[in-house]
Design a protein around this ligand. Sequence first.
Ligand code: HEC
Ligand code: HEC
Length: 293
Amino acid sequence: MIRHSELYFLWVVLVPAAATLMLGQEPSASLAAQTSTNDGVSAAAIAGAKEDPAAFQRGSKAYAKYCAGCHGALARGGAGAPSLVRSLLVLDDEKGLLIAPVIREGRPDKGMPKLGLSEPEIADVVAWLHVQTYAAGHRGTYTFGNVVTGDAQKGKVYFNTTGKCSTCHSATGDLAGIGSKYEPLSLQTRWLQPREGRRGRRGAAADSKDSDAALPTVTVTLSPGKSFSGVLDHIDDFTVSLHDADGDFHSFTRNGATPKVEVHDPLKAHTDMLRIYTDADIHNVTAYLVTLK
Ligand code: HEC
Ligand code: HEC
């Protein structure tokens, strides 16, 4: 049951509409299930969450000192203070933009005091929380020691039939060796939330193939035979802009259907499918992908 509720928790991240239904009780037994490594998360979860291990360690101490008394040792909630691994604010956070103000200012009227952490301490606590939410969201797939729990054979069937994965991918083609390329936690993120798995690496690594591979593209056709294609930069009712293969920037004014604009998001299938997978599908497909060595 704990595994399932943790997996549902993943859907809370992905399908905010479902959140209200899922934010039910806190499985307190999960405390016992996750004490095998420091703070109950493995090095894999730290890597998967893309946080700095040193920041995580420091954050662990700061969290224990300032926060654990109210929010619980593993942020699963405590008397009078909510779970932070199921907080939508924490889940939606990027780089502390949402969490840091709450730590800085507190919510004194609601029982969360202003605690006087330094900015570096806040950043470390944020890193620690990101790892906790990542680990909680992926726990359904793992037992400790990184043993994948799904049924690879069922995952293979799903891949080739119901999941329609094989219409775009091939186990011996583009996905050959994927099980060796990534450790299981990040492999799961890469297929479940492909955009998410890459986010945060753009910018700095904007020129790397990895971060650009699955960006939406657009073709703008001005007249028959005169069109521009490239990576979509921006689109609204009035303008559309793109970077072409040479890196040149083009921007066009839109007026209704003129010019003709076709947007192609290569990850649309993945995004659409997020609403369809069951827990078992997720476990099984990951188990199958792990076998593609
Ligand atoms: C004295 C108890 C207490 C301490 C200590 C405390 N909190 Fe809280 N915290 C609360 C309460 C109570 C709330 C709920 C406030 C509300 O209802 O808006 C809360 C809310 C939050 C929220 C917002 C959650 C949401 O979904 O809106 C975050 C984030 C948070 N705390 C993080 C922390 C962190 C990080 C620390 C340590 C640096 C910490 N808290 C220390 C009691 C505490
Ligand atoms: C309509 C086409 C389409 C379908 C259907 C589809 N995918 Fe994908 N998938 C993509 C595209 C496009 C990417 C991004 C490829 C890239 O970045 O090079 C991707 C990325 C991935 C990746 C990450 C590959 C990497 O190297 O990071 C995995 C794993 C994956 N898909 C698995 C699946 C599975 C499992 C299913 C079925 C449940 C599925 N895909 C269904 C188009 C599709």
